[in-house]
Write a protein that binds this ligand. Structure first.
Ligand code: SAH
Ligand code: SF4
Length: 407
């Protein structure tokens, strides 16, 4: 800080040219990539696998964010790693805790290349018997779903797999999900158990348009010797990038959620414009052949309730018909309005009537209960600080991420 002030007083040409050294981030690398990275600091080939496992343990089980805490690694090697590698967490710009226990963090990640630092929101939603972390995959989105606030923001950039994983590391640390430093080796879960049991890729962005990073991150989340989240408790939500749906299932085995929102192409073209490229029939075909699909591993269809737009009884019946034969559950999401949005949320009565039709059709249809509305922690509401302030003044907002019957 003090150094910084001194610099300001100097003339431009007297200022030393300080260029922060670009260190390689280790968080988010696959085990293989981690081994390759270790060759850079001179770890002999025979030791790389063992060293990579040690790093994996410290990063993902112990949750340390400093090389100095990696006690079973020699000081010499730690110093070398410090000089070459980075395991820093993002800066926490703000943490908000709702009356209902929902927490929202605004995290700042450093610039990459010529870009600026980016701010990303991550939300934790505690529920009876489980806790869900809602993770972002991109800053902004290239798609322009008309009911989604992220859809009004241009894509700034994809998040790296390390930045996706870092959202989980920050949340685990803040929620006390990592074991205490003095926990005996082998005891990897804190005594009280972990808060975060489920992950949903339902923050900002379209995860299948950031395929490699999202896949790598989900494989790290599910690694049994690391973050150890069950694949059945990791859900990827997509607006319907059909060509990547089967592939992500094959390569990761995570659960799938589809942002359906309409049962006719005409309306879906408008609400979820990617439908023009991949219409409903192709989308459902991809769903039918999703790897591992069964009654125990159903697809979640998300359906945002928009008053007078997609919430009629005909729509509800159409939905039941459309999904016939697909092991599915339907997640009805009350619409979250945002300033300038052109829709209203359906009435509770209408949502319940709609849910009844879907239930009678044989599908579980949980309605997302409004959570964290006092801190604006809701779908389609994840946005930068300045925008949020404007919104806070203009309206009170509701809804998101309720229960479904899985996990
Ligand atoms: N891009 C992905 C994942 C992020 S959006 C996708 O579209 O699936 C996560 C979920 O929130 C999606 O189902 C999305 O349609 C929904 N959503 C977006 N804006 C919303 C809003 N204003 N109100 C309610 N749900 C919203
Ligand atoms: Fe992007 Fe999903 Fe929002 Fe559509 S709903 S604009 S795909 S984040």
């Amino acid at each position: 800080m003090v150094h910084h002030l001194n610099l300001v007083d100097m003339k431009a040409d007297e200022r030393p040219k300080i260029k922060p050294r670009e260190k390689h981030g280790l968080i988010g690398l696959s085990r293989e990539a981690l081994k390759d990275a270790l060759s850079v600091v001179g770890v002999p080939e025979k030791q790389r696998k063992m060293r990579a496992s040690q790093l994996w343990h410290w990063l993902y089980i112990r949750g340390v964010s400093s090389f100095d805490d990696m006690l079973n690694i020699s000081k010499d090697l730690r110093e070398k790693m410090k000089a070459h590698f980075d395991i820093a967490r993002p800066e926490i710009i703000s943490e908000q805790i709702s009356k209902d226990g929902t927490r929202k963090w605004l995290l700042r990640f450093p610039s990459r290349g010529a870009g600026k630092p980016v701010d990303v929101e991550t939300v934790y939603i505690p529920e009876e018997g489980r806790g869900t972390l809602c993770v972002s995959s991109q800053v902004g989105c290239t798609l322009t779903c008309t009911f989604c606030h992220t859809g009004t923001q241009k894509l700034v950039r994809n998040l790296t797999s390390g930045e996706i994983i870092s959202q989980i590391l920050v949340a685990r640390e803040k929620l006390g999900d990592f074991p205490e430093m003095d926990t005996p080796q082998g005891a990897i879960v804190p005594k009280e158990g972990r808060s975060i049991s489920n992950i949903v890729m339902m923050g900002m962005g379209e995860p299948l348009y950031n395929y490699d990073n999202v896949r790598d991150a989900m494989l790290i989340m599910a690694d049994g010797e690391g973050l150890s989240l069950s694949k059945r408790r990791i859900t990827l939500s997509t607006s319907g990038v059909v060509p990547e749906i089967t592939r992500i299932g094959e390569e990761t085995g995570v659960m799938l959620a589809i942002s359906l929102h309409a049962v006719r192409n005409e309306l879906r073209d408008e609400l979820v414009p990617i439908n023009k490229k991949y219409p409903i029939s192709e989308l459902l075909e991809a769903c039918r052949s999703y790897p591992g699909l069964s009654n125990a591993r159903r697809i979640t269809f998300e359906y945002v309730m928009l008053k007078g737009v997609n919430d009629s009884l005909d729509d509800a019946k159409g939905l039941v018909k459309l999904l016939k034969g697909i092991p599915a559950k339907i997640n009805l999401i009350p619409f979250n309005p945002w300033p300038g949005s052109q829709y209203e949320c359906s009435s509770w009565e209408q949502i319940e009537t709609f849910a009844d039709v879907v239930n009678h059709g044989g599908y579980a249809s949980p309605i997302r209960t409004p959570r964290g509305s006092d801190i604006l922690a809701a779908c389609g509401q994840l946005k930068s600080e300045s925008e949020r302030l404007a919104i806070r003044e203009s309206m009170a907002l509701e809804a998101m991420m309720g229960r479904d019957d899985e996990g």
